[in-house]
Structures are given as structure tokens and as C-alpha cells.
Ligand binder design. Structure first.
Ligand SMILES: Nc1nc2c(c(=O)[nH]1)N[C@H]1C(S)=C(S)[C@@H](COP(=O)(O)OP(=O)(O)OC[C@H]3O[C@@H](n4cnc5c(=O)[nH]c(N)nc54)[C@H](O)[C@@H]3O)O[C@H]1N2
Ligand SMILES: Nc1nc2c(c(=O)[nH]1)N[C@H]1C(S)=C(S)[C@@H](COP(=O)(O)OP(=O)(O)OC[C@H]3O[C@@H](n4cnc5c(=O)[nH]c(N)nc54)[C@H](O)[C@@H]3O)O[C@H]1N2
Ligand SMILES: [Mo]
Length: 766
């Protein structure tokens, strides 16, 4: 191998931008055309039709696109998938193969110079592969030898805490449960997961305030809500099936308020994909009130609303607050109301970028409606004060008594299709003692009690040579995590890096001394074990556990299922385990029996999961019971607005997704709903800011982030004037992850602050 470091950032190449008018509506004919195009090009027509027929059907497989729930019973053919769900399955069912010959032809260094789009389009990995120390190319390895290598490296460590076991959110309940069991028997709680970078802030805030780290609403609540507030979320792209639920809210007379720095097309106008007659019209107006807030201005905005609510309640008692609910169910109201007095509307207003008139209008909507749902995603969770954001959302709902009743409550919209289920299964670096106690009872071993590393701490540990083996159950660690160059050095420090993957990605190229790629079955594929054909189960964003069963033939005879891979890693590593690993991996009913025995809410798991639509897990907040919190009641909290003050010429940068990517998997180079085609290296800016900076449309610039005197560079981006508040900018991840400092993370949840990056924008002189 040459001495040159393999590059960890995507290459700087531009791809030939074309700007188009921003569409007026989401979904409709273009979306259907784009979906079918992707599916048929990637998979071929016959396979494509078979895939589309089975996605999200009762006996089919769970769409790997997102965690939005399906209707409990009624599901129409071609209905409960969406353009981006179709793209997700097309990626998995692609005709393209990454075979041993492919790896023999392309060195690691060569592949590292490809864009993420090119890497992903190479296709599905067909064989287990090893990169030996000092070698430039991956080569084939037998499964047995791969597991032996893992067992040896893990057992050679001075302490189990020197190993990191990452999980991405596609892993099924069955695989996740076995994985955490293996890791804990090995002796560590180092189980960081993608949730640490995603909804961890929601989990932290909701557990503290409501006693459950998950949302409280069900899909049916959208039929009954008076008002749905969508904050920091772009469902038109990332949860398109949610638009159907919002459309139902409107049909039933409810209103929708959107709080976002961008007027995201999907939230403005929408066309029902099930009603082709409407495809040609202008669509249904979804958002009634749009607040174009500044990035990270949400706590300030909510505080102004809360202050106005308090003012009105003082003027006209009983007109705003739900006193009975507050008295019976909550704790800390007085302190909370007092704390509001520490802030003045005048000082908060500039942080929001809004006019007081707009905020008053929003407040009226909140005052005049009782059944309120608040939905949110990454726009609230990826800031330094992200936990504050969500606790402030809870404060608002508590004042109105708008939780634990029909048509009202919290709705953190999850990303990965089983990220919520993985946590329920114990994929967590901070497990609760009750859970560990039950593992000990069932499996007769001493569980580790010391909390493990989350994502950021895991990177820091590898960087400091405190961790030396990295195993990734799915995901694309190098591209999903912050501070790309720092994280790359961390991974390079390892003795062994292992990835259980379906598709080639950049994490295979930024490796430890030795590296393994273990290819596994995808969701859409048949999983046949010695006891017969298996299915797995997953939990959606609203706590419904249901089955998922693939129908396609596996693309290669060498693929193993995730549960099998975990079982074999365990057998190769653990010496005194009483767990019958191979029995569990050959019959997933046996895994579900163990889940039932150790995790509450899974009674009669095997029979209930076989019922149409699955079953709901218990949810105390939904039941209006907040006893699991420390005070035994729902807690009001005092929260902090942003403390970031931008200097002259500095901008706030948020890193978001295009309409053509799934996290680090790049489906295509378009962001159709924002009018950008064939280019990812762009930065959206306010036209007045551009003028002040002397920048014109499509000027090439470098983005430089500033953190505690350190500078980080992402070079070669094209400026696009866009409807975005002043001093706010946006670009895409993973390209911009290099700008996120490893230490820039949310308080409490430690989620990387990838939506509050302080940057300057400089003309690119090359
Ligand atoms: N097709 C597709 N579907 C996906 C994914 C995908 O990549 N592609 N990813 C999945 C995953 S893992 C997740 S977590 C979800 C992500 O779903 P989203 O959270 O919708 O994804 P982002 O693109 O990060 O969009 C964040 C939104 O928040 C807004 N925003 C940013 N900062 C702020 C702020 O400070 N305040 C407010 N109010 N708004 C802000 C942005 O303008 C943007 O509209 O989607 C899931 N579904
Ligand atoms: N700057 C910035 N960074 C972010 C975010 C952001 O908004 N801004 N968002 C964050 C969020 S919300 C998340 S969730 C993370 C996502 O982080 P990850 O979950 O780590 O990343 P993905 O891109 O979803 O992982 C894609 C890879 O998963 C593998 N894969 C796909 N399906 C399967 C399967 O069925 N089994 C297995 N074993 N592997 C499979 C494929 O090899 C594919 O390359 O990124 C985070 N990073
Ligand atoms: Mo996510």
C-alpha cells in the first residue's frame, strides 16, 4: 500500500449542476415516475414488480425507508410505499454485484476516490472479504476464518471495554437482541448506535419529563387532532407517508403549523398518491401557518409563545391552561412559570428571525385548540441545546393538557425503520439495571454494569488508543459521524474493523490494521434456516411491533442472516456461554421466547407478532400515566435558548438530506423538491447575505467551520440563493460532516450538533 492516507472525505468533484423551478407540490406523477424508474433500472422489471407488491403488506417485508407506521389494518396495493421507500428497496435489490473479482480489480485507495454515489452504485457485496495488514486489496475469506479472526482479536484485548459494537437502525429485533446479549456476555456495554446521532435528544428529554423515551401518539391520533405542529422535519422527503396522515388531519378540520428555516415543498402542498385524478391539480394545501424560524431559534420561539400563553392566562384565568391536568399529573409548574420571567420577548425575538405578529398568530392557534400533536425530527435534535428544544415542546403540551388523550401528544418521528426497536432490545450504552438483572436471571452470567461509550465517546476512545476493535452491525460509521478526519484517524488506530453490510460503503475503505466485510441478507430477501423459512420483527415510530418477511431469493449463496452472523461471532469468542447460539439462530421463535422472558411488553410474542398488523407495546404517556419519572409526575423543566452569537461574516450551517439519499446512501444526485439537479456540493444562502458577501449565484466557495479557535474545511461548493432566514445556510451530509467538531455536541444526549455549525463562506480560488 502506498504511504498516502486513504481519503476519508468524499472527493471534491463537481458533477454538472442544473437548477429548475421548485415544484409547487409533493408526490404526484413525477414522484411515481421517479420511483418506478429507480426500481426498474436497479432491479429489472419482473423483480421490481414483485418487490413493490410485497412492501409493507401484511405478509410482506417492512419498508427499510423510514419508521413511519402503516395503517393498523387497511393497506392497499401500491399504497403504503412511497417514492423514497421504493428507492430504498431498489438499492437493496440492485442487479449490481460487488464480488471478489470486483475487489481484486479495485484497490481500496482507488475506491476511496469515488463519490459516495459511485461507491453505493457498485452494488451488493456477495462474499465475506478480508483486508490483510499492509494489503491494498480486499480478498475472499471463508466465514469460519472470519469468525476465528474476530474471536482471536476480541480475546486478545486487555479488557472487553477496548471493543466497540456499533449498530445502525435497520437491524431487526431478533438480531439486535442476540447482538447485545453477545456483547454483554463478552463483558462490555460499549453499544453505541445511530440513535446517538439521531433521536437521542428526544429519548433523553422525554424520559426525564414523561417517563418514556418514545412518542405518545398513534397514527389514529392524526384523525382527531385539532392542530399538528411539525417542527424541524422534512416529511415530504424523509417520511412521505406521513403526508397522508397530515392530509387526514386537514380533512377532519384540523390545522397544520410548520416551523422550519426552509419552506419544504412536501409540507406546503401535497397530492394523494392514491388518487390519480388529483395528480394534475395544484394539490392540497397542508400548512396553514408557516413560521420560517432561524436555525436553532426554536427555544426562543417556544419561550415567546409560552410567555404569551401565560400573559393571556393571567388576563383571563382558565382560558389557556388545563389546570386540572396540571394539578393532577404534573410537577414543577411554579418554578417553570417563574423561570419564564427571566426572559424578555424583546431579547428572544431576534433569535427567531420572526415578527411578533407571526408568533402571536401561532399562539392564538395553540390557545384556541386543545388537541395538539407536536411532531419533530432532526431539526430539533441535532443542536447543543437539543434536549432543551424537546423539553420546551413538552412544557407547551403539558400546559394545555395535550397529552395522553385522543388527538394529542408527542410525535418524535424516527428515522431508521427499526431504530426504536433496537433500543427496546437493549442496544444502548446506558442499560437500566432491571434489564441487566433479567439477562442475568435468564442466561446465568454476570452482566457488565459500567456504562459504555456512545458514538462520540467511542470515536474519542479509538482516537486515544483506548479501543482497538470496531464492529459495525450495519450502517456507515465514517460517513455518518462528525469530524470526518478525526474519526478516520480513530478508525485507522484500530487493530481490526469489521462491518456487517449489505452494500459497499466508505466505512469499508477507512479501516484498522485488518478489516473484514461480512455480507448479510437484506430485508427483502428470504431467510431460510435449518428449521425452515424465518421472519423477523421490527417496531415502528409509534411502538407497534410487527413482522417483516422477505420474498426474494438471496442474491448470493454466501450471505448469512444477521442473527446467524451474531451467533457465530459469539461462538467464536465466548468460552463459558450457556446460550445455545446456533439453536437460536436456526429458529427465530426461540429468540422471541427469550425476548419475552426478559423484556416487558412482549407477552405471547410469537403468537401476537403473527397477528395481522402486530401489536402495540405498552406506553405510559399514551395512558396518561407519568409514574416512571423521578417525581412520579410529568415534569415541567427550565430550558436554555441558544448561546451562540455569530460574529460578523459568520453563518449558521445546517446539514440536511436531499430528496435523493438515504443517510449516507446516495440514490441519485438530484434534490428535486429544492430545485437542484445533478449536484450535491451546493450551499443554500439568503440572497441578501450573498450580496453582502459579494457572492453571485453558482459562485464556487469553501465552507470553513470555526470552533474554539479550530478551523475545518470543506472545499468546492456552489452557492444557491434560496428562501432561508438571514445568517442561515444549508448543505448536505455526509459531505459536510468534516465541518462538525467532535466536541460540538448536545448537552445530556451527546448528539453531534450537525445542524448548528458556525461557518464562514470564502470564495474558492482554485
Ligand atoms: N428518503 C429518506 N428518508 C429518510 C432518511 C433519508 O436520508 N432519506 N433518513 C431517515 C433518518 S435516519 C432520519 S433521522 C429521518 C430524518 O428526517 P428529517 O429530520 O426530516 O431530515 P433532515 O434532512 O435532517 O431535515 C431536517 C429538517 O429540519 C429543518 N431544520 C434544521 N435545523 C432546524 C432548526 O434549528 N429548527 C427547525 N425548526 N428546523 C430545522 C431543516 O430545514 C429540515 O427541513 O429521516 C429518515 N427517512
Ligand atoms: N451531518 C449530519 N450527520 C448525520 C445526520 C445529519 O442529519 N447530519 N444524521 C444522523 C442520523 S439521523 C443517522 S440515523 C445516522 C445514520 O448512520 P448509519 O445508520 O450508520 O448510516 P446509513 O447511511 O443509514 O447506513 C448505510 C449502510 O448500511 C448498510 N445496510 C443497509 N441495509 C442493511 C441491512 O439490512 N443490514 C446490514 N447489516 N447493513 C445494512 C449498507 O451497507 C449501507 O451502506 O447519520 C447521522 N449523521
Ligand atoms: Mo436517523
Amino acid at each position: 500500500m502506498s504511504d498516502k492516507k486513504i481519503q476519508a472525505q468524499p472527493p471534491e468533484k463537481l458533477t454538472g449542476i442544473e437548477l429548475i423551478d421548485i415544484p409547487e407540490k409533493a408526490v404526484g406523477t413525477k414522484a411515481i415516475k421517479s420511483a418506478l424508474n429507480h426500481v426498474f433500472t436497479e432491479t429489472g422489471v419482473a423483480k421490481g414488480i414483485s418487490l413493490l407488491k410485497n412492501i409493507n403488506q401484511i405478509n410482506g417485508f417492512d419498508c427499510p425507508g423510514c419508521a413511519w407506521p402503516d395503517p393498523d389494518e387497511k393497506r392497499a396495493f401500491l399504497a403504503e410505499y412511497c417514492e423514497n421507500g421504493a428507492k430504498a428497496i431498489a438499492e437493496e435489490a440492485t442487479k449490481n454485484r460487488v464480488s471478489p473479482l470486483f475487489f481484486a480489480t479495485h484497490s481500496v485507495e482507488e475506491m476511496s476516490e469515488w463519490s459516495d454515489y459511485e461507491i453505493g452504485k457498485s452494488g451488493r457485496i456477495t462474499h465475506p472479504m478480508v483486508l490483510k495488514e499492509g494489503s491494498s486489496h480486499y480478498e475472499e475469506i471463508s466465514w469460519d476464518d472470519a469468525f476465528k479472526l474476530i474471536g482471536k482479536e476480541l480475546n486478545d484485548l486487555d479488557s472487553p471495554d477496548e471493543a466497540i459494537f456499533y449498530t445502525s437502525g435497520r437491524t431487526s429485533n431478533e438480531a439486535a437482541y442476540l447482538y447485545q446479549l453477545f456483547v454483554r456476555q463478552f463483558g462490555t456495554n460499549n453499544l453505541p448506535d445511530c440513535s446517538n446521532m439521531c433521536h437521542e435528544s428526544s429519548g433523553s428529554a422525554l424520559s426525564e419529563t414523561l417517563g418514556i423515551g418514545k412518542g405518545s401518539v398513534t397514527l389514529d391520533d392524526f384523525n382527531h387532532a385539532d392542530l399538528v405542529i411539525v417542527m424541524g422535519q422534512n416529511p415530504g422527503t424523509n417520511h412521505p407517508r406521513m403526508l397522508t396522515a397530515l392530509s387526514e388531519t386537514k380533512k377532519n378540520g384540523g390545522k397544520i403549523m410548520t416551523i422550519n428555516p426552509l419552506p419544504e415543498v412536501g409540507l406546503m402542498n401535497y397530492v394523494d398518491p392514491q388518487n390519480p385524478l388529483k395528480w394534475l391539480g395544484s394539490g392540497q394545501k397542508l400548512t396553514d401557518l408557516f413560521l420560517q424560524v432561524k436555525i436553532n431559534g426554536d427555544v426562543a420561539l417556544l419561550k415567546i409563545i409560552l410567555k404569551l400563553m401565560k400573559e393571556r392566562e393571567n388576563e383571563k384565568p382558565n382560558s389557556v391552561f388545563n389546570h386540572q391536568f396540571i394539578k393532577e399529573k404534573t410537577y414543577g409548574i411554579d418554578e417553570f412559570l417563574e423561570d419564564l420571567d427571566n426572559y424578555s420577548i424583546e431579547s428572544l425575538l431576534p433569535q427567531t428571525g420572526l415578527s411578533l405578529k407571526e408568533i402571536k398568530e401561532a399562539t392564538e392557534l395553540i390557545i384556541n385548540n386543545d388537541k395538539i400533536i407536536i411532531c419533530w425530527a432532526m431539526g430539533l435534535t441535532q443542536h447543543k441545546n437539543a434536549v432543551d428544544n424537546i423539553r420546551e415542546v413538552v412544557n407547551l403540551l403539558l400546559l394545555k393538557g395535550s397529552i395522553g388523550k385522543k388527538g394529542a401528544g408527542t410525535c418524535p418521528v424516527r428515522g431508521h425503520s427499526n431504530v426504536q426497536g433496537d433500543r427496546t432490545m437493549g442496544i444502548w450504552e446506558k442499560p437500566k439495571d432491571v434489564f441487566l438483572d433479567s439477562l442475568e436471571r435468564e442466561f446465568k452470567f454476570k452482566t457488565p454494569r459500567k456504562h459504555g461509550y456512545d458514538v462520540v465517546a467511542a470515536i474519542e476512545a479509538m482516537h486515544a488508543n483506548k479501543a482497538k476493535v470496531f464492529i459495525g452491525m450495519g450502517g456507515n460509521f465514517i460517513s455518518a459521524t462528525p469530524d470526518t478526519e478525526y474519526t478516520a484517524d480513530a478508525l485507522r488506530n484500530c487493530d481490526l474493523t469489521v462491518h456487517v453490510s449489505t452494500k459497499l460503503n466508505r466505512s469499508h475503505l477507512i479501516h484498522g490494521k485488518q478489516a473484514l466485510i461480512l455480507p448479510c441478507l437484506g430485508r427483502s430477501e428470504k431467510d431460510v434456516q435449518s428449521s425452515g423459512e424465518q421472519f423477523v420483527s421490527v417496531e415502528n415510530s409509534m411502538g407497534v411491533v410487527h413482522q417483516s418477511k422477505g420474498h426474494l431469493d438471496p442474491l448470493s449463496e454466501y450471505l448469512l442472516s444477521e442473527p446467524t452472523i451474531v451467533a457465530k461471532m459469539a461462538e467464536a469468542t465466548l468460552k463459558n456461554s450457556i446460550v445455545k447460539w446456533s439453536d437460536l439462530a436456526s429458529n427465530y421463535d426461540l429468540i422471541r421466547d427469550k425476548i419475552e422472558a426478559t423484556i416487558s411488553g412482549f407477552d405471547n410474542y410469537n403468537s401476537r407478532v403473527r397477528k395481522k398488523g402486530g401489536f402495540y407495546l405498552p406506553n405510559n404517556a399514551r395512558d396518561n400515566n407519568f409514574s416512571p419519572t423521578l417525581t412520579g409526575k410529568a415534569n415541567f423543566t427550565n430550558n436554555l435558548p441558544t448561546d451562540i452569537v455569530l460574529e460578523n461574516n459568520q453563518f449558521m450551517l445546517m446539514t440536511i438530506r436531499t430528496h435523493d439519499q438515504y443517510n449516507t446512501t446516495i440514490y441519485g444526485l438530484d434534490d428535486r423538491y429544492r430545485g437542484v439537479l445533478n449536484e450535491r456540493r451546493i450551499v443554500f444562502m439568503n440572497p441578501d447575505d450573498m450580496k453582502e458577501q459579494g457572492l453571485s449565484k453558482l459562485n464556487k466557495v469553501d465552507l470553513i467551520s470555526h470552533f474554539k479557535g479550530e478551523k475545518r474545511y470543506a472545499k468546492g461548493f456552489l452557492v444557491i440563493p434560496y428562501s432561508i432566514p438571514k445568517q442561515c445556510t444549508a448543505t448536505y451530509f455526509p459531505e459536510a460532516n468534516v465541518l462538525v467538531p467532535i466536541q460540538s455536541k448536545a448537552r445530556i444526549s451527546h448528539t453531534p450538533a450537525s445542524k448548528t455549525i458556525i461557518i464562514t463562506v470564502e470564495k474558492n480560488v482554485n
